[in-house]
Design a protein. Structure first.
Length: 317
């Protein structure tokens, strides 16, 4: 009889469906630029699934669209959001919180021109159009800081994501394009476009966290453990990309570039330290920049910053 009961119980366990993974909808801007590969690669490699997370990924044209998706309830998490945009949105009372750093430092983004352009450096751009993605993005921050540092009266122009910007730049609709590695690094290598400035040429951007990961406050309150597990999987994906040959291959395949270019991209434009997640650096400088460029009317208080920045640390930390 005991054997029969055991067999019936075992059969019931086998027949029972597995517990459903928690669904997280992620909006992320400018696919192919910067660290935007993390959710996609982590999902494809089953890393998020191992943490009980089912990802639904929505790509946008940049920070403004990403934040809007989170605020409107179309996404739970927003990736690669410009820090200026996150500060400004929070200051207006919007229910978002910063749950991780996305990119820190100034090695990722650059300005470029077609190979035949007479423009050689930023100082040659007076009266010209210089691209950025959209309002509140890290690319806009780069362009505004370039205008300030070099004292050149060019026209900042919103052009959307990397592919749309490349098309507009090569066709002459804008004079100077923006990009963030890995996108367009292969074009630099082939000589089709020329680099005229790296974000690392800008003194104001060094060491700051220029992009962050944000979460919907309402959903965070309902599912705190889901957000912790999401970030555990996010960190594990980054570690796998940077530490294994398979990770480099997956990254290069995702970016549609040869592994040689992928290696250069990770080493030169996206070093491992730049994609740390656990510290928002340079907030004071970010707030000064946000005030200067009219994103904030006044600095956030220490209490407001503690409310805004809610890093999802690994369990036990």
């Amino acid at each position: 009889m005991n054997i029969l009961k055991f067999a019936l119980a075992l059969a019931a366990m086998i027949a029972s469906p597995a517990l459903a993974a928690d669904k997280v909808r992620v909006a992320i801007g400018n696919p192919g630029v910067g660290e935007t590969e993390v959710p996609d690669i982590g999902k494809t490699q089953g890393i998020f699934a191992r943490h009980g997370i089912e990802l639904d990924i929505l790509y946008t044209q940049g920070s403004a669209e990403t934040v809007q998706a989170v605020l409107a309830g179309g996404a739970d998490v927003g990736g690669a959001v410009g820090t200026l945009g996150a500060l400004a949105t929070f200051a207006k009372g919007a229910p978002i919180r910063i749950i991780a750093a996305s990119f820190t430092g100034d090695s990722n983004m650059f300005l470029y021109v077609p190979a035949a352009s007479p423009i050689k450096k930023v100082e040659d751009t007076a009266g010209k159009t210089v691209a950025y993605s959209n309002a509140g993005s890290s690319s806009q921050m780069m362009v505004l800081e370039a205008k300030k540092q070099f004292g050149t009266d060019f026209k900042p122009t919103a052009t959307g994501g990397g592919p749309a910007t490349l098309t507009q730049t090569l066709s002459g609709q804008v004079d100077v394009g923006w990009s963030g590695a890995p996108f367009a690094v292969d074009r630099l290598e082939s000589g089709e476009i020329r680099l005229i400035m790296k974000a690392s040429d800008l003194t104001a951007m060094g060491g700051q966290t220029s992009r962050v990961v944000v979460g919907n406050l309402v959903d965070m309150g309902k599912r705190p453990d889901v957000y912790r597990r999401f970030m555990d999987a996010y960190r594990e994906t980054i570690d796998w990309i940077y530490s294994t040959p398979e990770g480099l291959k997956a990254y290069s395949d995702w970016a549609k570039i040869p592994e040689k270019v992928g290696r250069r991209t990770l080493d030169e434009f996206l070093p491992r330290a730049s994609v740390q997640t656990d510290e928002i650096r340079g907030l004071e400088q970010n707030m000064r920049t946000a005030i200067e460029f009219k994103y904030l009317a006044a600095p956030l208080s220490a209490e407001q910053l503690r409310e805004l920045v809610q890093i999802q640390k690994p369990a036990g930390k």
